[in-house]
Design a protein around this ligand. Structure first.
Ligand code: KG4
Ligand code: ZN
Length: 345
């Protein structure tokens, strides 16, 4: 394995991300200064299926990967030989998609004699908040994305301990599924959030999950089913009507969103209190949600805590968070060997 120092090229790291439906590459200096961040989204290819189709994703990553990497290096004005290392998402995600990023990173690193770093996608989401904000560790990290909903205690940018996670659907997945029930486009989060603006959040009293033992945890499948029954009747057998014909769609969207936000805010504050942590970071695609940002910020400040969110483009999938956390891993000597493998879960 290469013997470059993590300070090589002033700590420049190339990050590569391909775990789901975004092909992304970025160059970040010393874990924080984003010189370039290129994200090629496949949303239009998956939208007709209202979700990510793994075969389409893998093929699309193959097509986009090298142009995206070249673009990230060009925009940063950086040559491969100037890098301190290459960081790549190796887990979790769609196996065929992860493999495209991992094999690209390996080939580039091997050819140029650069150290390779494997990054955990969800932990990198949590790290995203540290790129734009000065954060004091330890802190509480809520990661809410399309595939994951989890709370972590972060004692440093790279040391995370999972405190709780969802028992079933992720928060973003619930947004996507409820959007589909309401006949809204994929991805559902932005569509529901937009429609909710003209709806009444108290119109429908949807269930809010609370763990039975009074501990920490999330569940969103009961909420999703409650929306389904409300729209289609108790046996859900009523054929879906034309989306515009669903009565009170905006009220349904606003009431559903409020229920998700209530659960996220309540569990996060409970965790912060239990762990004695004063800073809360909220990251992942659902952290783009305006109502969540507003409610979490207000609830945190009511309790004398601070809630921090990345800008929306660093909440959703990107490679800057991979390069950023990758630099810290590199500095800690967590260099991967050439047999680094993609891991789906
Ligand atoms: O982090 P991300 O880009 O990909 C994963 O790692 O999953 O998150 C994508 C998810 C999707 O489920 C999408 O519906 C959700 O984030 N999302 C939102 C919003 N923007 C994106 N959910 C709620 N409100 C939003 N404004
Ligand atoms: Zn993600």
């Amino acid at each position: 394995m290469a013997t470059r120092s993590p300070e090589q090229g002033d700590g420049l790291v190339l990050g590569i991300e391909s775990s789901c439906d975004e092909t992304a590459a970025a160059v970040v200096r010393r874990g924080r200064e984003i010189l370039s961040s290129v994200v090629e989204s496949q949303i239009e290819e998956h939208a007709p299926f209202r979700g990510v189709v793994p075969e389409i994703a893998g093929r699309s990553h193959l097509r986009a990967m090298m142009p995206v990497v070249d673009e990230a290096l060009a925009r940063a004005g950086v040559e491969l030989d100037e890098l301190a290392g290459i960081a790549v998402t190796y887990r979790p995600g769609l196996i065929g998609s992860l493999l495209v990023g991992v094999s690209t990173a390996k080939a580039l690193a091997f050819a140029r004699g650069l150290p390779l770093v494997g990054v955990h996608h969800i932990e990198a989401h949590a790290y995203a908040a540290a790129m734009e904000h000065e954060l004091a560790f330890p802190l509480l990290a809520l990661v809410v994305s399309g595939g994951h909903t989890a709370l972590y205690r972060a004692s440093s940018p790279i040391e995370l301990t999972k405190l709780a996670e969802t028992l079933d659907d992720a928060a973003g997945e619930a947004f996507d599924k409820v959007a589909s029930i309401l006949g809204l486009p994929y991805p559902g989060g932005p569509a529901i959030s937009a429609l909710a603006r003209s709806g009444d959040a108290r119109a429908f009293d949807f269930p809010r999950f609370r763990p039975r033992d009074g501990g920490l945890g999330f569940s969103f499948s009961g909420l999703k089913t409650a929306v389904l029954y409300t729209v289609r009747g108790q046996d859900a057998s009523t054929p879906p009507s034309a989306p515009e014909a669903i009565p009170r769609r905006a009220d349904l969207a606003a009431s559903f969103q409020e229920a998700v936000v209530d659960v996220l805010v309540a569990q996060t504050l409970a965790a912060a209190r239990a762990e004695g942590l004063a800073t809360i970071t909220v990251t992942g695609g659902v952290a783009c949600n305006a109502r969540l940002r507003e409610r979490m910020t207000a609830a945190a400040s009511e309790h004398g805590l601070r809630a921090v969110f990345p800008s929306p483009s660093y909440c959703t999938d990107n490679a800057a968070m991979i390069a950023g956390q990758g630099w810290h891993l590199l500095r800690a000597g967590r260099v991967a060997s050439w047999d680094l493998d993609a891991v789906a879960s």
